[in-house]
Write a protein of this length. Sequence first.
Length: 126
Amino acid sequence: MTTYITTADVDATLGAGWEGTGDKDRAVLEANAWMTARGVVAGDPVEDDIVMAGSLLAQEAASGRLYADSDGELKRKRVKADTVESEKEYQDGSRATSGALSLIYDLLGPFIPAGSSGSQFAVRRA
């Protein structure tokens, strides 16, 4: 696994208390694992955008959202009580994503080729 960020990096980037009630070291490990699994290639020193993305990933991990359990995708849900009715249906393959993860994808975009399947690959900045 590649080390993109350290606990000290995240402390410096996000400030004290970023981990909430989570474990800092575990959160940083999960963030590094997440970026490694997606083949992010960083320079030496690691680029500021990657450090920021890694810090936000660590914050997501500390709150239990990065590698969270999933019960599967909701295809259809219908609730009816008397005259009130509620219905939900999601596209096949859709899944919820937090705003922080959307920002992380955007920060890492220059380091991950478009259409990538998440496998290991070399990345060049455009």
